[in-house]
Structure formats: C-alpha cells, structure tokens
Write a protein that binds this ligand. Structure first.
Ligand SMILES: C[S@@+](CC[C@H](N)C(=O)[O-])C[C@H]1O[C@@H](n2cnc3c(N)ncnc32)[C@H](O)[C@@H]1O
Length: 195
C-alpha cells in the first residue's frame, strides 16, 4: 500500500486505535498471536493486524486468518497479502462451525466495518461464531462506519454475554461521502466474554 494515500492513512489511525484499545487488554508476555478477521473483504488491514501482532509478541509468531463470503474479495486479499503469515478463506462466517480445522484459540477476533443493520439475524450469527473461536484471554473487536449501527451491534454483543472493555470514537476518522454520518473506523470497540 502506497504511503500517503487515504487508505494508508486510515491504516495508521486504525493501528493507533488498536494499540490504545486492544494491546493493554492482552497478556503482556504473549509469544504467539492468532488473529481471525471475519467478513474481511479484501482485507486492507492485513498488514496492520500482523504488525500489531508482531508488536504484542515482540517479534513472535503471528497467524492471521481472514474469511469472507465474496470470492472476488478473497482472491484479491490472497494476491495482495501473499507475503504475510496469512490465509484467506472463502467462507460464510455465519457457518464457521463447519470449518473444523480452524481452531478455537484466537487471541483476537476482528470484524472491521461490521454490517449489523443490513441483517441483524445474520450478524448475530457471525458474532456468535466469532465468539466461539476466542481463546482463554481472547478479545473480539468491532469497528463501525455509523454511530447508530455501532450501538445496535454493541447491544447485540452484550445480549449474548460479551462485555465492553473499550469503546472509542475515532476522532480522526475519514468521512465518506456515500452516506451521511459515515466514516472509516468511526468507532472501535473491544469486548470479551463476561467472566
Ligand atoms: C462493510 S463490508 C466490510 C469489509 C471489510 N471488513 C472492510 O472493512 O473493508 C462487509 C463485508 O461482510 C461480508 N459478508 C457479508 N455477509 C457475510 C457472511 N455471511 N460471511 C462472511 N462475510 C460476509 C461482505 O462480503 C463484505 O465484505
């Protein structure tokens, strides 16, 4: 990704948000990090997530798995991120239980720009499937384009037994013109299963 482009600047802001919101809630001496990115699209954030993982583990082992239902986006993700320790699955994330080899020990389950209000039942299933893949100290992170959609998604996650450990408005979030009140990674929330 070329430095100085809007997307690379979005990534810098996202990285800063994740450093503030996620890193303090992960075990300090972690040597490996497994990250599951659901509904990842072409996964523009792959470098950002791997780089966060390398920071958290101080250069340790990072594994990123991205999944999306759209074939074209996943092919693009595979092409764009061939050099990363990452694999990308063409997969309905609401049916992730069918994917037995994936494992259920992820340190981070990430859903960037979740689409909750376009299909609440579907997204509840996707959230459930994400939660089921969290390891012992695992965290689930959502980012949202819109204020109201973010609130709805958080309420759904809380109703399924998750608690919010961090919820921040990205003040430097880049506005998008295709809908009022829409901006890139406008909100970033971190949740974990209630103990
Ligand atoms: C708003 S886009 C976000 C894409 C990407 N995370 C980003 O931030 O650019 C929502 C994504 O959800 C994916 N999606 C919708 N339903 C899905 C499902 N059942 N399983 C997996 N992905 C799904 C779409 O294909 C799309 O890539």
């Amino acid at each position: 990704m070329k430095p100085g482009t809007p997307v690379s600047e979005d990534m810098q802001r996202l990285k800063a948000m994740l450093q503030q919101s996620v890193t303090p809630h992960l075990p300090a001496a972690q040597k490996e990090m497994q990250i599951l990115n659901l509904a990842c699209g072409r996964c523009d954030e792959a470098d950002t997530l791997v780089s966060l993982g390398r920071e958290v583990t101080r250069g340790g082992h990072v594994r990123l798995v991205g999944a999306d239902i759209r074939i074209r986006e996943i092919r693009q993700a595979r092409e764009n991120h061939a050099k990363l320790p990452a694999e990308f699955l063409i997969q309905d994330a609401s049916q992730l239980h069918q994917h037995k080899e994936l494992g259920a020990d992820f340190d981070l389950v990430f859903l960037r720009h979740q689409n909750f209000w376009h299909g609440q039942d579907l997204w509840k299933k996707i959230f459930e499937q994400g939660r089921a893949r969290l390891g012992k100290n695992g965290l689930l992170v959502i980012t949202s384009y819109f204020d109201h959609e973010h609130k709805l998604a958080l309420a759904a996650l809380e109703s399924m037994g998750m608690e919010v450990v961090s919820n921040k408005r990205n003040k430097a979030s880049r506005s998008l013109n295709d809908a009022p009140g829409k901006s890139v990674d406008r909100w970033v929330a971190v949740l974990r299963p209630k103990k």
